[in-house]
Design a protein around this ligand. Structure first.
Ligand code: NAD
Ligand code: ZN
Length: 359
């Protein structure tokens, strides 16, 4: 199946099709109007042995295809790795009409996308996402790297020219990476698509066994939510904030636990549960979310805030400065499933609720 995303830069297709990585060149030929002079595939050292050959072999021998492999992991979203990647692009003599191909998860997508955004003031790139989480990161055009003072602090909006999503390529993902990415699927359901949540409850039973049709449909529906939101608000001035549902506490848990101790999605799942509870309290509603939370538990999510984290520490992380108690923190809450709002919450209320959770 195919989705089209509109942006101020251009409209680009997202193809979701088992085996499409093996026909990368054919898709580029079909969808990219200006023929690239050469290609640079950027990937990481976990993905390279699994799928790099498939992509390279899709090109006829008349094309110039270079490859560049970075170490796997968040550390590759660094100034140093950025510089080394640009150096490779220069050595391979990429010009303004060359195409960068990001083959991998969110780390490769963010790094390669930022290289594309800045190399010679910007050259085109495409995404071939290989993680579930990358259904979120490959759509919307945010690219960037980390600074020692904060994640994603340097970057750009640079839309891909094409996204080639091959569900087959996800089958090698470890269980934890499934869990990390699936939290964003659940999030998309909560903020915009109750039917998706109900569909997930019946159709997703384990991360070990996937039916290709189910996996493809899940990617399609979840990407559709993200695509609709970023189309409406490309530069994050309004509704794009709803994508932060579950992330205010989620980011705080990730940081407080120490990055890597808990995955992004595992932390976001806990953040979602907390935001649901706050929503019910704040708007005096019953969101009837029990079946969805049961599903998360059955898929191996731990939904309580880890005991070793302190409520005060988390509150401090959630606020921009240290006077968290008197401060109003902007939170994405739900008035109903599919009806998100941004609500200022007082630090005191948040802390009370946190203390109920972490004893
Ligand atoms: P990742 O790219 O590090 O991938 C996770 C791990 O899985 C890595 O070890 C990777 O080598 C491995 N891997 C990738 N594909 C595989 C496969 N098919 N089989 C086996 N192993 C595979 O991380 P991620 O979770 O995909 O993405 C996280 C990053 O995405 C973060 O840096 C985050 O900031 C970023 N992100 C960006 C956006 C955005 O809008 N740009 C949105 C959300 C997250
Ligand atoms: Zn996220």
């Amino acid at each position: 199946s195919i989705l089209h995303v509109h942006s101020s830069q251009h409209t680009y297709p997202i193809i979701i099709e088992p085996g499409c990585r093996k026909r990368t060149f054919a898709f580029i030929d079909q969808y990219i109007t200006r023929k690239p002079t050469k290609y640079l595939i950027i990937t990481d050292d976990n993905v390279a042995p699994l799928y790099l050959e498939d992509v390279v072999h899709s090109f006829p021998s008349s094309e110039t295809v270079e490859t560049y492999v970075v170490p796997s992991g968040e550390q590759s979203k660094s100034f140093k790795q950025y510089e080394e990647t640009v150096t490779a692009a220069l050595k391979y003599r990429l010009d303004r009409r060359s195409l960068i191909i990001a083959l991998g998860g969110g780390v490769v997508g963010d790094l390669a996308g930022f290289v594309a955004a800045s190399y010679m003031r910007g050259i085109p790139f495409i995404q071939i996402p290989t993680t579930l989480l990358a259904h979120d990161s490959s759509v919307g055009g945010k690219v960037g790297i980390n600074h020692s003072l904060g994640k994603n602090m340097v970057g750009a909006f640079h839309q891909p020219s094409l996204v080639l999503y091959d569900p087959e390529a996800l089958l090698s993902l470890p269980e934890r990476e499934w869990r990390s990415g699936f939290a964003e699927v659940i999030k998309h359901g909560f903020i915009a698509d109750k039917d998706l949540l109900e569909w997930l409850v019946t159709h997703v039973t384990s991360f070990q066994e996937w039916d290709m049709d189910i996996l493809s449909e899940m990617l399609y529906r979840s990407i559709q939510v993200k695509a609709n939101i970023v189309q409406e608000d490309e530069k994050e001035q309004g509704v794009r904030a709803f994508l932060n549902f579950g992330h205010t506490l989620g980011h705080a848990i990730e940081a407080e636990a120490g990055y890597g101790a808990i995955t992004h999605g595992e932390a976001v799942a806990i953040g979602i549960v907390y935001a649901l509870r706050l929503s019910e309290k704040c708007f005096e509603v019953n969101l009837q979310s029990a079946p969805y939370l049961e599903k998360l538990k059955s898929l191996g999510y731990q939904l309580d805030i880890p005991k070793q984290l302190s409520a005060d520490g988390l509150l401090e992380r959630m606020s921009v400065d240290k006077k968290a108690y008197n401060q109003v923190i902007r939170f994405v809450l739900l008035k109903a499933i599919g009806k998100p709002v941004v609500q200022g919450m007082s630090g005191t209320v948040l802390l009370d609720e946190l203390k109920r959770e972490v004893k």
